[in-house]
Design a protein around this ligand. Structure first.
Ligand SMILES: [Mn+2]
Length: 565
């Protein structure tokens, strides 16, 4: 697939000013200033994350009310339920809150709703179970802000709610005792991008302060917070950067038993970086929710020994293997359906339906199909008596609006800019496909159908030497709003030693001004045609450290290559 290259432009004056004080490579100064780190002070803070710089939890609206209600529940020996969503953020935040409370209060349970039986967020089944066990306080994490009716219902039957959430509040708020959510317009908390587990961390920080517990009793869970930050795709800026930085440090020094068990099972040895953590944990926890029940993800994270954790880790691992098989075979079937329908190949959208596809993976399959056909995509399967499915967009295209425009063919739908879900009669799939294609065709902009590579800076091969790469490493952890830098080098030549590896990966040997760099381009075999021409090329890449036979060297992780113009 051809990509558009966009090179980010910086404010030259600011970059020059930053470079005068920071005295590191101009390309790195350009990247920092593009990311808003345009003064010596901001850069220093960025490179040296300090726990001291975490904000006071009391700055969050309702924090005092939340702490007061929970502590009175403890004093009065009330039963407390910790309730959370079935994804990584939900299960880690439940594990954090449950483990913290369990040490000071024996009367605590946790509850994770079933993805298909109950769906996302606070559930009636959960509230009813709380009622049946005599629970009078529910702490909801990573959900609750939109559950006005259910929290009203709970209140009517004598159950209070404390809500810890980070989703955007609607105009009407639930009648909870306290709502911790920095995205509320009248919440003065300085950082708005915490994930659900981050909000939970703030709450236990405040509780520990009142109870006179050492910060270590809170810090114990910082690796769970880092896991949630990484998996929930929140910006890796400000407080999230500090928490992720120290959480990763803890993962590598003294991990949570569940993380350790998954790590051993995954067979990874080296130091874990944030992308390893996501890759190892997120698919396995999500697979539990998709294929079975995410309760065991919490059991994994709260296990008191690595042995106990291993039992749950094995179950998650098996769910993930099932998930992977389903996802690979359904993706293959989906791509074949398109290839077999010439009329569909040139469409500007994809809508596919097969009644036997596993509903746990339709969203993942939609994302996979987009890797081949870059356009808004909907994958449907049978769910009960209807067809139901997931839609994924391409950057810049408002998917929700497009689905909404097809509502005449739908029974129900919901979602946002980038992703949506819907239910319809299976008989209406064809009509829905036609209408959706019509809407996409008439509203999508041509450039939105071409994937974009956003390049941070142009450098020469001669720049890639110490301390250039060491400084890039100090920019970790990487994630949204702090991505691993993507570089471009122009007019490089093949040394004649570039080859294909395993028939699908491109192994390049490139030279620029007498300096040779090696690199690998995964699944880029079709670019061999470009390299073979022997013409000057522009190459887009990230810099990576490669270890071979104990020898470390820097290599290019090639993302794209073109003949220079
Ligand atoms: Mn979340």
């Amino acid at each position: 697939m051809e990509k558009r290259w966009t090179i980010i432009q910086d404010d030259k004056t600011r970059t020059a000013e930053l470079q005068a004080s920071l005295k590191i490579h101009p390309a790195l100064c350009k990247i920092l200033s593009q990311r808003g780190l345009d003064t010596f002070e901001k850069a220093k803070e960025f490179f040296r994350p300090e726990l001291d710089r975490l904000h006071e939890p009391w700055l969050m609206k309702d924090m005092d009310l939340a702490v007061e209600r929970i502590l009175s529940a403890i004093d009065n020996e009330e039963r407390i339920m910790v309730f959370g969503d079935y994804d990584v953020d939900g299960t880690t935040s439940v594990a954090l809150m449950y483990s913290f409370l369990k040490k000071i209060h024996p009367l605590v349970d946790f509850y994770i709703p079933h993805r298909y039986r109950e769906g996302y967020g606070v559930s009636k089944a959960g509230i009813d179970q709380a009622k049946s066990t005599g629970t009078t306080l529910i702490i909801a994490l990573d959900c609750g802000i939109k559950s006005v009716e259910l929290i009203t219902y709970a209140k009517e039957i004598g159950i209070d709610f404390v809500v810890c959430d980070h989703h955007l509040p609607d105009a009407e708020l639930p009648p909870a005792v306290a709502i911790l959510n920095a995205k509320q317009a009248d919440c003065g908390y300085p950082y708005k991008e915490l994930c659900g587990c981050g909000v939970g961390f703030k709450l236990i920080t405040a509780m520990a302060e009142v109870l006179g517990l050492p910060f270590d009793d809170v810090y114990e869970y910082v690796d769970l917070v880092a896991t949630a930050i990484a998996a929930d795709i929140v910006p890796l800026t400000g407080e999230n950067r500090i928490l992720a930085f120290y959480g990763l440090k803890k993962v590598n020094e003294n991990p949570n038993n569940g993380i350790k068990a998954l790590w051993e099972l995954a067979g990874l040895k080296k130091e874990l970086k944030i992308e390893n953590l996501v890759f190892m944990i997120a698919p396995r926890v999500n697979a539990a929710g998709r294929m079975d029940d995410a309760r065991k993800a919490v059991q994994l994270f709260v296990a008191e020994s690595v042995e106990e954790a291993k039992e749950y880790a094995t179950m998650l691992h098996d769910d993930n293997s099932d998930r992977r098989e389903a996802d690979a075979s359904i993706t293959e079937e989906a791509l074949k359906l398109i290839a077999d329908n010439p009329a569909w190949i040139s469409n500007k959208s994809t809508v596919l339906y097969q009644s036997h596809w596993h509903k746990g993976v339709v969203g993942i399959v939609a994302s996979r199909v987009i890797e081949t056909y870059f356009r808004p995509t909907i994958i449907l399967t049978q769910s009960g008596e209807y067809a139901a499915g997931s839609a994924r967009s391409v950057p810049g295209f408002n998917l929700y609006e497009a689905v909404h425009a097809c509502r005449e063919h739908l029974i129900g739908y919901g979602g946002h800019f980038a992703a949506a879900g819907m239910t319809l009669h299976a008989d209406n799939v064809d009509a829905f496909r036609t209408k959706f294609e019509e809407i996409v065709q008439s509203t999508i902009l041509p450039h939105q159908l071409v994937p974009e590579l956003v390049i941070d800076a142009e450098i020469n091969f001669s720049d890639i030497r110490d301390p250039f790469y060491k400084i890039i490493c100090q920019m970790e952890p990487f994630g949204p709003e702090n991505l691993k830098p993507l570089f471009i080098s122009r007019r490089v030549m093949d040394t004649g030693h570039s080859t294909l590896v395993k028939e699908q990966h491109l192994r390049v040997s490139l030279m620029q001004n007498g300096i040779t760099m090696y690199g690998i381009g995964f699944n880029m075999k079709e670019k061999m045609k470009v390299v073979e021409q022997g013409l000057p090329m522009d190459v887009v890449y990230r810099i990576d450290e490669n270890e071979y036979n104990g020898v470390k060297s820097l290599q290019l992780k090639v993302v794209d290559v073109r003949v220079s113009v």
